[in-house]
Design a protein around this ligand. Structure first.
Ligand code: ADP
Ligand code: F6P
Length: 323
């Protein structure tokens, strides 16, 4: 196995708070291991455009507390093609890059897998606010995003109670309901609508609102996941059916920004250092994960075949506590 001399690092897909902590850890741990580091800007698109910079320990100074990603990120259609992937691997070789750390979600892992097939060693790190990567119990950014959403929902709840309104609050997560479930429990929502569980029985929600109002509840908080969407039209229908003023709030991109929580900084730092270590040691086609209380790594193929879903028990608890 040829000795690894230079590694690259890129962030891909949606950004997530804590990505900078991971970048910082990759850079500094690789340098400590005697391996040079190049930063690749704007994900696979930046790789194809050869937006590649040298990085040293100072390149990542004053970044651990910042949201977003200092390298930038992008989605790149060209990299989905065989020709794009071959070009990406050739560019790596041209710049002396023996291996790459890719921080992103499942889609980004597939890109990493392709690079590995073309002879460039790759390690993935789970970076997404959605928590929807099956091989890991933790993804970079989820903790910050869910805390940001929770604080925003508390604020909506105050005004909702004062006005005795019903509020539908839509949170991000693409097709996954983790942010919605966690906020549902943490914010004490009366209803939580998850893509994995929702039966589209709007009448049941309407009955619940009327029932709760009769029992003296002054507000009714519905957390709706992005994967269900349509919060504004749902609010109009609920108001018409119940006679209770109903407002929709879509939290949107605020959930992806902001200074990362301690948990996101810590876990991202450990994962970044771990990725640098195994990449420098010659591993390829692996993803770092946090599973069953430990930091581990899996083969990308194996990781992509894993399944995860919302726990029925936890979902039932979210409903039971809302009574
Ligand atoms: P995420 O990594 O958060 O899941 P995307 O699914 O948008 O985000 O993927 C990010 C990028 O990864 C894509 O824009 C593309 O460049 C690359 N990618 C996604 N799927 C593949 C694939 N099947 N093969 C190669 N590259 C891929
Ligand atoms: O994957 C993170 C995420 O914020 C999802 O929650 C959301 O569905 C998606 O990205 C939005 O992506 P874009 O930045 O392309 O609008």
């Amino acid at each position: 196995m040829a000795k690894i001399k230079t590694i690259g690092i890129l962030t891909s897909g949606g950004d997530a708070p804590g990505m900078n902590a991971a970048i910082r850890a990759v850079v500094r741990k690789a340098l400590t291991n005697g391996v040079a580091v190049k930063g690749i800007k704007k994900g696979y698109q930046g790789l194809l455009n050869e937006e590649i910079i040298d990085m040293n320990a100072r390149s990542v100074s004053d970044t651990i507390q910042r949201g977003g990603t200092i390298l930038g990120t992008a989605r790149c259609m060209e990299f989905m093609t065989e020709a794009g992937q071959q070009k990406g691997a050739d560019i790596c070789r041209k710049h002396g890059i023996d291996g790459i750390v890719v921080i992103g979600g499942d889609g980004s892992y597939r890109g990493a897998q392709a690079l590995s097939r073309h002879g460039i060693n790759t390690i993935g790190i789970p970076g997404t606010i959605d928590l929807d990567i099956a091989c890991t119990d933790y993804t970079i950014g989820f903790d910050t995003a869910v805390n940001t959403a929770m604080e925003a929902i508390d604020k909506v709840r105050d005004t909702s109670s004062s006005h005795e309104r019903c509020s539908i609050i839509e949170v991000m997560g693409r097709n996954a309901g983790y942010i919605a479930l966690w906020c549902g429990v943490a914010n004490g929502a009366e209803d939580v609508l998850l893509p994995e569980k929702y039966d589209y029985n709007e009448q049941a929600i309407i009955n619940n609102i009327i029932h709760n109002r009769k029992r003296g509840k002054t507000h009714h908080l519905i957390i709706n996941a992005e994967g269900i969407g349509h919060s504004t039209s749902m609010a109009r229908r609920i108001e018409a059916a119940t006679g209770i003023e109903t407002r929709a709030t879509i939290l949107g991109y605020m959930q992806r920004g902001g200074s990362p929580t301690c948990k996101d900084r810590y876990y991202a730092s450990i994962m970044g250092a771990y990725a640098a270590d195994i990449l420098c040691a010659g591993s390829t086609n692996r993803v770092v994960a946090y599973k069953g209380g430990s930091f581990v790594d899996f083969d990308i193929e194996e990781a992509l075949e894993m399944q995860k879903g919302i726990s029925e028990y936890e979902f039932e608890i979210s409903r039971a506590l809302a009574t």
